[in-house]
Ligand binder design. Structure first.
Ligand code: 2M8
Length: 458
């Protein structure tokens, strides 16, 4: 199968070929034989939503590897449909990442291979990724198209089960949205969007005497979540683990259950991607059902997570019913949904263009007191959420802004490298230096400027 050639340097002069090659190098470096790691030092296993973003980039240079990556992840799917947020690499020592497989101590589950995993999830972006890999297969020749059809057929029922798990078992408030039971499930780990809900979770600092944080040994403490946040993260896992990773009566039994606008927007977009996949597989009535589900999820987001006074989307605490007081990038993510009401679309665009965000969007409102230029998801710019935001702009026909954002992201990576995240003022690279999804999404940004197929016609 032939990889795509680097794109000709049309839109972003002089940097395409070089950037393309460096992105491919990062993906090669991070390939571990049957999966891609986000970063060799900081994240030496396979992460769920990273695998999806990475597959989007591999679609251009090595689709077989993209399918292998997704396969590896879904081979670790639980019988109840959940797809674990980390699939542990048996070749990596327990001490190389905390919390490792021993800590999660996931029970032996029927029909699962020996490979160990965590018991929480991440945003279900894999249907969209699978669709993107399939969509590009024809550019690599007939063998690739046939491989893509086989892989889609294998993945489809597993993707559906993932949706069912999230929509049925995780609807903690019974309002049509999935709740996350740990900030890590959002992928936006220490976002201030969780601060209010987390303040109800006890921070048992003695847990950090018992368990050693590993992230501080391989990155700077000023960039990472605080010890207090980490103590809460560990406590939440222990509570969920000791309850057998059960989701029954979450609101009563678990101290953290939150409806995240970004997670639920991805849940809705996944239904649209599943509709496209079902169409390819000749499952017309399933395709219709997925589109209906996407509309229902959109309506629930629009109703429950919209804060009318500020005209922004916020995370809702399923236990207390309260909306988070902080404006975060997660509030811009409903733009991905084609059926979002027009006034909410306009409000998101106004917010994105405002001094609070700007393009590329930082992870938190620049004017908020919690905004921190260095600390992880509390201010820095991340390529993955901006890539999602750009899709939203394309879906709703904001071509000028989508192109502005595409160029801004490419320039950032060209000037500073394939970093995990970027300083929101200087653009300096922060976190892991050869980061999987940054490289993968650069390939997509360089190669593809078409709007998603389910974009609105107007
Ligand atoms: C970060 O999360 C992990 C925990 O899952 C960590 O901090 O150790 C987040 O940025 C998350 O979104 C990402 O998937 C993961 C691996 O890149 O790192």
């Amino acid at each position: 199968m032939r990889p795509y050639p680097p794109p000709s340097p049309v839109a972003v002069p002089d940097l395409s070929a070089e950037l393309w090659k460096s992105a491919v190098r990062v993906l090669d470096t991070n390939w571990s034989g049957d999966h891609t790691v986000p970063s060799r030092r900081l994240y030496p296993h396979q992460w769920s939503w990273d695998a999806a973003f990475i597959a989007v980039g591999l679609a251009y240079v090595n689709p077989t590897r993209a399918w292998r990556d997704l396969h590896n992840l879904f081979e670790a799917q639980w019988p109840d449909g959940r797809v674990p947020h980390i699939v542990f690499d048996p070749a990596t020592a327990e001490d190389d990442y905390f919390p490792g497989p021993g800590f999660w101590n996931v029970p032996v589950l029927a029909g699962r291979p020996a490979r160990r995993s965590t018991g929480i999830v991440q945003p279900p972006l894999h249907a969209l990724a699978a669709w993107e890999v399939y969509r590009h297969a024809s550019a690599h020749g007939a063998a690739c198209v046939s491989e893509a059809r086989t892989e889609l057929a294998w993945l489809y029922p597993r993707l559906v089960r993932q949706q069912e798990y999230l929509t049925e078992r995780r609807d903690a408030a019974g309002a049509g949205l999935a709740s996350i039971v740990h900030p890590w499930e959002s992928g936006l780990d220490n976002s201030p969007a969780w601060d209010q809900a987390l303040s109800e979770v006890p921070a048992d600092m003695s847990l950090l005497d018992r368990y050693q944080r590993r992230d501080l040994a391989v990155s700077e403490a000023a960039h990472r979540p605080t010890d207090q946040d980490y103590a809460r993260y560990v406590g939440l896992i222990l509570n969920y683990r000791d309850g057998g990773y059960s989701d029954t009566e979450l609101v009563q039994r678990h101290p953290f259950a939150v409806e995240c606008p970004s997670f639920n927007s991805i849940l809705g977009v996944a239904e649209l991607a599943l509709a496209q996949i079902a169409g390819v597989l000749g499952r017309t009535s399933d395709a219709r059902r997925h589109r209906d589900r996407a509309r229902e999820i959109t309506a629930a987001i629009s109703r429950r997570l919209w804060e009318p006074e500020t005209r922004t989307f916020r995370a809702r605490d399923a236990r207390t019913g309260r909306l988070s007081p902080v404006r975060c990038v997660s509030g811009l993510m409903p733009l991905m949904l084609p059926d979002l009401p027009a006034d909410q679309v306009q409000a998101i665009m106004a917010e994105a263009r405002s001094e609070r965000f700007g393009l590329p969007a930082p992870s938190v409102d620049r004017t908020d007191e919690s905004f921190d230029t260095h600390r992880y998801w509390r201010g820095p710019v991340w390529v993955n959420v901006n890539w999602l935001l750009r899709r939203g702009m394309q879906v709703h026909g904001f071509r000028g802004e989508a192109e502005q954002l595409r160029r801004a992201m490419l320039r950032l990576v060209h000037e500073h490298g394939h970093y995990e995240y970027f300083h929101p003022e200087s653009g300096a690279g922060l976190g892991a230096p050869t980061f999987g999804w940054t490289a993968a999404l650069c390939l997509d940004l360089l190669a593809d400027r078409s709007a998603p197929a389910y974009a609105r016609a107007d």
